[in-house]
Design a protein around this ligand. Sequence first.
Ligand code: AMP
Length: 619
Amino acid sequence: MARMIGIDLGTTNCCVAVVEGARPEVIPSKEGSRTVPSVVGFTAKGDRLVGQIAKRQAVTNPTNTVYAVKRLIGRKYNSPEVQKARGLMPYAITEAVNGDVRIRILDKDYSPQELSAVILGRLKAMAEEHLGCDVSEAIITVPAYFDDSQRQATRDAGRIAGLKVARIINEPTAAALAFGLDDESDRTVAVFDLGGGTFDVSILRIGEGVFEVKATSGDTFLGGEDFDQRIVEWLLAEFQQQSGIDLKGDTLALQRLKEAAEKAKCELSLLTQTEIKLPFICSDKSGPKHLSLALTREKLEEMVRDLVERTEDPCREALTLAGMAADEVDDVLLVGGQAKMPLVIETVRRIFGRDPNQNENPDEVVGIGAAVQAGIIQGDIKDLVLLDVTPLSLGLETRGGMFTKLIERSSTIPTRRKKTFTTVMDNQSKVEINVLQGEREIAAHNRSLGKFELVGISPAPKGVPQVEVCFDIDSNGIVNVSARDLSTGKQQKIVVTPSSGLSEREITSIIEDAKVNEEEDRKKAELGRLTSRIEGLLESNIKTFSEFGEMLDKEKQEYVRTVLDSARRAVAGNSVSEATQVLEKLGEVSQILTDVMLYDPNTFQSETDAEVDQESESG
Ligand code: AMP
């Protein structure tokens, strides 16, 4: 039987999980890691790399390595968020003819959906390999604050990757599902989710197996990446002050700064001070320049305090929408890597007046919750019901270009609302229904999901005809809108299938392209995995050989040299079989070198000494 998986498609990392025997479990990658970086890299040779391998090569290939594509998915090029991203990302973000976003890599334009699909395809393959069967359906999580086009774009990404997206669910809801699985007691939970690119907060009621989302709020453009950026800006300024050199235009240096900034930030969640050292960051006439700076937790907190404080308003808004005071919340659940930062934890404590719960692994709860939802749909998990909410209000355009809401944001779905409207002119024979989603009072500032006309209204003075409009949202968030002239009974309706920006033809053609490239991609992924293992072994073997190689007889030395040379060639080549053979030989060489290392009398001696020393210390 084909299986349904749960996917946390994160800005920074993804996690895939499945329900096995009524319990959700994370599916690890071949290399054993439980999350996969949301990174796609394109090499000059035309190879497409995904995950850890792509992340590793980002330093040397920044303009062709795409990360945080979730920040762009389903958005228009002119939106402030995309414009902000253009300033942050080293890769080229361009505008499509229809105003959508494209990412230009090596002269080819990709939609964010296609690139997300590359990541999803990798997760699908990982799950299939792990489970030993086909995986054709998935639950994918999105920030609660994603609007319809962002959700639809995520759905399309799934389709391009060959996955039927059974349901899109909100990330905090997923986290609560994972969190509430073993606990039967009735309670109110706040989920505070600060990830790499987005911030979400949700208030849920959990009781008797029913999860009801009461309210959600958040900021689709606030996350760990913004924290990293602050550190990068500080590093740039400090370095310029010390050396007079501006590194802003140096993409390679910027990528190294970004990596170092994130590393320092994570370290400062545990330590109070850390060193950022980047040797050979650039050079000028006087020679190479090195960057070396100390960063304290206090300084970091000063740099990002306003970012952390930006989480406060959405929390209060979610509480207000749920009609609750902070002290009515029984549990606060922290989700997302950035929520590990002490200043964030302290802020959450202040907002909700209680210690947040940090027991769950914040990187995995969302993926696990998605798998739980898959389990519910497939019938593997019983007695759990998920009642989700609409993230944004829905309504229509009325007189004077105003927005009239029929369904308020945070309404539990499925739901249905009706309202009666009338005409604004005498003998008006038709009305246009412009279905909108958003929170702004002016219709034009909200997103139009679709338009239709109700024609044949009987001639009557303005204000007399009665047109009943009905909005219906099903559990997948699909919106049905109908309008009926109550005097004639005439009715018109539409199913709003929100557009992600890609036409049906484009999606089909991308899927076909992907099929053609599937075998090639699989081969490249396998080759990528092999070469990264070869690189690791090659480095350690070269080091050991340079230290201990002299102790081998001439024949063995020659053999080791030949294998190391062929390993270097295999890394540069593109043959899977050659790489597999070389890896085997490198294993042999490692054994030869380990043996000679262990038989070195000096090494042996010093290890024994060390043991004796330790014993005498502890005794
Ligand atoms: P997520 O999207 O949940 O995987 O969160 C990723 C973000 O969390 C990235 O910006 C990481 O730099 C950040 N992050 C991960 N671990 C830590 C940590 N220990 N302290 C602070 N931030 C972290």
